[in-house]
Design a protein around this ligand. Sequence first.
Ligand SMILES: NC(=O)c1ccc[n+]([C@@H]2O[C@H](COP(=O)([O-])OP(=O)(O)OC[C@H]3O[C@@H](n4cnc5c(N)ncnc54)[C@H](O)[C@@H]3O)[C@@H](O)[C@H]2O)c1
Length: 384
Amino acid sequence: MFGSDEGPWNHSFRLEHKLGRRLKVVALIDPAIERATAVLQKKCDSFVVSAYQDTRVFKTLDDFVKNMTGKERPRAVIVGSPPMYRGTFQPGRDIEIQILKHFPGVAMFIEKPITTGPIYEIEEGFKIAKIIEESRTICSVGYMLRYLKAVQMMKKIIEENNLTVMATIARYACAYEKILKPDWWDKSKSAGPVVEQGTHFCDLSRYFGGEVDISTVSAHSLEWDENAGQLSKMGIDESQITPENRIPRVTTATWKYDSGAVGSFTHIVALHDTNYSCELEVYADGYQLKLVNPYVQPVLHVRKPGDDNEQITRFPDDDPFFSEVSNLIDIIEDIEEDPEAAQILSTYEDAVKTYELTWAIRAASERSRAAKLWSSAEAANVMV
Ligand SMILES: NC(=O)c1ccc[n+]([C@@H]2O[C@H](COP(=O)([O-])OP(=O)(O)OC[C@H]3O[C@@H](n4cnc5c(N)ncnc54)[C@H](O)[C@@H]3O)[C@@H](O)[C@H]2O)c1
């Protein structure tokens, strides 16, 4: 929420810009009290001091609830804790339910992915989605790429030309050299790179392709112990992670959408240096919409009927993190008369569906690998 060396996600900065002097952060809840206090000190030493001068730090939500004054009752709760601590009904991993209980009617922003527990917990996510919807709680989940101007232009082209999407092709190649959190490399902690990171592009694929027929998902992976999977610039000590929890270097999947369209997705852990290389192609009769480099410098390539050449549009100053925060605030404040003006583009239920797709991809790739190992072992037995 306060930025990090690994990327531009800094929601506090966007909230400060959106709300100016109206932003009052009543509490910062983080078990790492020292880290939270240091972050607050920096804010208080800067020109945004008015938002943070009365902020109190608590280790848990319960501590805040017990000590909160009437004036400190929040109007929005921004959840940026690691996903393993949310998205279920289990104590310590049920922050949404706790917020709904203590602060009914208060808006929530939840980071993606909605959780990272075992696959059988997905049903709990759907139940939480239902509770959020039925209580009419405003809730936005952090799939910020949906808010990109390029993505909205793609949507507009599809709508205005009444197109039916035929295929989505997504590729997400991360620059792994700078990924230094050991948990990220450990499937038992992060649920793996497709669930934790590729989720953004699985989500965008769904945004264009619609609902996925989960039973059709098939996938393959290149694993850490295969020749082609050796990485020379890994910044963590992978020997500290148990072999069955080490992450794949490549995962590639295909599926059918309920509409009949076909989706494909490849996640790659291979690039060095800093920038990721990510592309999404969407095809419809006569059209190719290609989103390139959405994290760094979004560029949209559009090929339309009647011209073999692509039209290229660049979006140099687009900040989807700001649009995401801005839309949420506008909806909470309900100041906009035009109902089309600000929208939450990723609801909790939608985010659970993306989570379900990413888990289905991981599970399918693990099944393929197990089948391959089994058939290799069979072949070896036959030879003996
Ligand atoms: N949209 C994006 O591009 C984007 C980018 C980065 C991270 N994220 C998401 O943000 C979330 C946090 O990621 P991160 O890399 O900042 O994680 P992190 O490990 O740095 O943790 C964030 C903070 O949460 C605190 N924390 C740990 N347990 C907690 C708990 N039970 N309750 C409250 N706070 C707790 C930590 O002390 C830390 O200060 C993840 O869901 C991640 O996927 C999204």
